[in-house]
Design a protein around this ligand. Structure first.
Ligand code: FMN
Length: 302
C-alpha cells in the first residue's frame, strides 16, 4: 500500500483520536506493528496563530514515522498556511479532517460541515494541494444523509485535485458514533475512485479487519477505539493476513507496553503531568482482565 511515494510496511492505520493519539501513544502503536500513525486533529487557526498548546501537537519522533498529521479548518488560505507549517515540521503526510461532527467544529464550517459545501471543500483541497508537496490525504464520513452521495462527490473532487488517498468512516454526521458503520459504502467508494481507500469504523477485533478488507476491497484498515489500550491489534491483523495464528497477549507483554507508554509520556509531558494523565490511561491496557476494574479504581485514586 502506497500513499504517494510512501510505502507502508503493512496496511494497518491508527485512526486520529483527539485527546488520545499523542506522541507516546503513537510510539506504542508503531512498536506494536501499526503501518501508519495519525496525529490528533489540529486546528489550522491555532497553528497559524502560533498557539503553544496547538504547536505542541506537532511534536514527533523518528521512531513513529511515517506520521500523518491532521488539520481541521474551513478557510482555504488559512488551511494552506497551516499545511505549510506541518510540512516544515517534518510530517510525512498531511491529512484534512472532513469528518468531525462535534458542534464546536461544525459551527465554524469545518469538519463534516465541509461535506455539504463541496465548492468550499474543493477550494480548501486545491489550496492545500498547491501549498505542500508531501502526500496529502482526506478523512471523510458518509455525509449528512445515509445515501453517501456527498462522500462520493467529495472523493471525486479529491481525486481530481491530486489527493493521494482517502479514509472513510461511513457514518452520517448526525450518527456521531452511534448505529453501525455502513461498510457497503466503503465498497462503493473503492469502486468509484482510483486512489487508495482506507476503510474505517467498527473494527473491534483483528478478524473484523480481515472481514472489512474481504467485504469492501479497501486498501488499508484504520482502527480507532479498538486500539485504545490494545496496540497489539495491529500485529494481530498482520498475523492473520499472513495466515498465522493470533497469539494471546500475556500479562508481561501488557505491563511492558504500560511501562513504555509511561516512560514515553514522562519524556513528552514531564513527570508530574504524565503521571497525572496515566491515572486514567494505564487501566486501558488491562481492560477485560479479571479484577481489572479494581486495579483501575486504585490507579485513579492515587
Ligand atoms: C475519542 C475520539 C476522538 C476522535 N478524534 C478524531 C480526530 O481527531 N480526527 C478524526 O478524523 N477522527 C476522530 N475520531 C474518529 C475516529 O478517527 C474514527 O473515525 C472513529 O472512531 C471510527 O473508528 P473506530 O470504530 O475504529 O473507532 C475520534 C473518535 C473518538 C472516539
Amino acid at each position: 500500500m502506497k500513499i504517494g511515494p510512501i510505502k507502508l510496511d503493512n496496511i494497518t492505520v491508527l485512526a486520529p483520536l483527539a485527546g488520545i493519539t499523542n506522541l507516546p501513544l503513537r510510539i506504542i502503536a508503531k512498536e506494536s506493528g501499526c503501518g501508519l500513525v495519525c496525529s490528533e486533529m489540529i486546528s489550522a487557526n491555532g497553528l497559524i496563530h502560533k498557539s503553544v498548546k496547538t504547536e505542541k501537537l506537532l511534536d514527533s519522533h523518528p521512531d513513529e514515522k511515517p506520521l500523518s498529521v491532521q488539520i481541521f479548518g474551513s478557510d482555504p488560505s488559512i488551511m494552506a498556511e497551516a499545511a505549510r507549517i506541518i510540512e516544515a515540521s517534518g510530517a510525512s503526510i498531511l491529512d484534512i479532517n472532513f469528518g468531525c461532527s462535534v458542534r464546536k467544529v461544525v459551527r465554524t464550517g469545518a469538519g463534516v460541515a465541509l461535506m455539504r459545501d463541496p465548492e468550499r471543500a474543493e477550494a480548501v483541497i486545491t489550496a492545500v494541494r498547491k501549498a505542500v508537496s508531501i502526500p496529502f490525504t482526506i478523512k471523510i464520513r458518509t455525509g449528512w444523509d445515509k445515501s453517501g452521495v456527498q462522500a462520493l462527490e467529495l472523493s471525486k473532487i479529491a481525486e481530481n485535485c491530486g489527493v493521494d488517498a482517502l479514509a472513510i468512516h461511513p457514518r452520517t454526521a448526525c450518527q456521531g458514533f452511534k448505529g453501525e458503520a455502513d461498510w457497503e459504502l466503503i465498497s462503493t467508494l473503492k469502486k468509484s475512485v482510483s486512489i487508495p481507500v482506507i476503510g474505517n469504523g467498527d473494527i473491534v477485533d483483528p478478524e473484523d479487519a480481515i472481514q472489512m478488507i474481504k467485504q469492501t476491497g479497501c486498501d488499508a484498515v484504520m482502527i480507532g477505539r479498538a486500539a485504545i489500550g490494545n496496540p497489539w491489534i495491529f500485529s494481530q491483523v498482520s498475523a492473520l493476513m499472513q495466515g498465522e495464528e493470533i497469539q494471546p497477549i500475556d500479562l508481561s507483554r501488557r505491563f511492558d507496553s504500560m511501562i513504555k507508554y509511561l516512560e514515553a509520556s514522562v519524556k513528552y509531558l514531564g513527570e508530574k503531568s504524565a503521571c497525572y494523565m496515566m491515572r486514567s490511561r494505564l487501566g486501558w491496557f488491562i481492560k477485560g482482565l479479571r479484577s481489572s476494574s479494581r486495579c483501575q479504581k486504585n490507579h485513579s485514586g492515587i
